[in-house]
Design a binder for this molecule. Sequence first.
Ligand SMILES: [Zn+2]
Length: 154
Amino acid sequence: MNPCPCGFQGSDRCRCTPDQIRRYRDKISGPLLDRIDLQVDVPNIPSDKLVEGKTDGDSSNTVYQRVQTARQRQLGRAGKINAKMSSREVVKYCVLSEPQKALLHRAITQLGLSARAFHRILKVTRTIADLDDSATLNIDHLTEALGYRITLSR
Ligand SMILES: [Zn+2]
C-alpha cells in the first residue's frame, strides 16, 4: 500500500492533503489492519543509490544468515516457526515480565487492537528476539514489534 494517494508522501512531489491521506488509509478496514503484523514506512531510495547498488544496512548475506539462525532457534523450541504457533504455544514460549505485560496492554487499548492482535504481537516479539539471538523477550523486542503496528495508525 502507498503512504498516500499519489505515493510520494514525505517528498516535495506529494500534494496530498492530510484529509486526503486519512480518507485513503481509512479504506483499509480495522479488522484487516488488525491482521497485518508488519506495517512499515519504506522511504524512497534516491535513484543514484539504487543504480550504484549502495544502500544502507546489512548485506543480504548477513541478513540471510541471521534469518536462518532465527528459524533454527524457532524449530528447536516449538518444532515450528513462530507464525505457526497456537495460542497455547504463544503463552508458553512468549513469556513477558509484568512491566512488559503492562506496556502491551496499554498499547493494545490505545491502538484499539483485538485479542487476536495480542497474540500476533507476541509472535512478532518472539521473532525479533530470535533474530537478536536472545532466549528471553526484552522491552526493546516488544517496543519494536509494537512499532510495526503504530506506523499506519498515526
Ligand atoms: Zn501524496
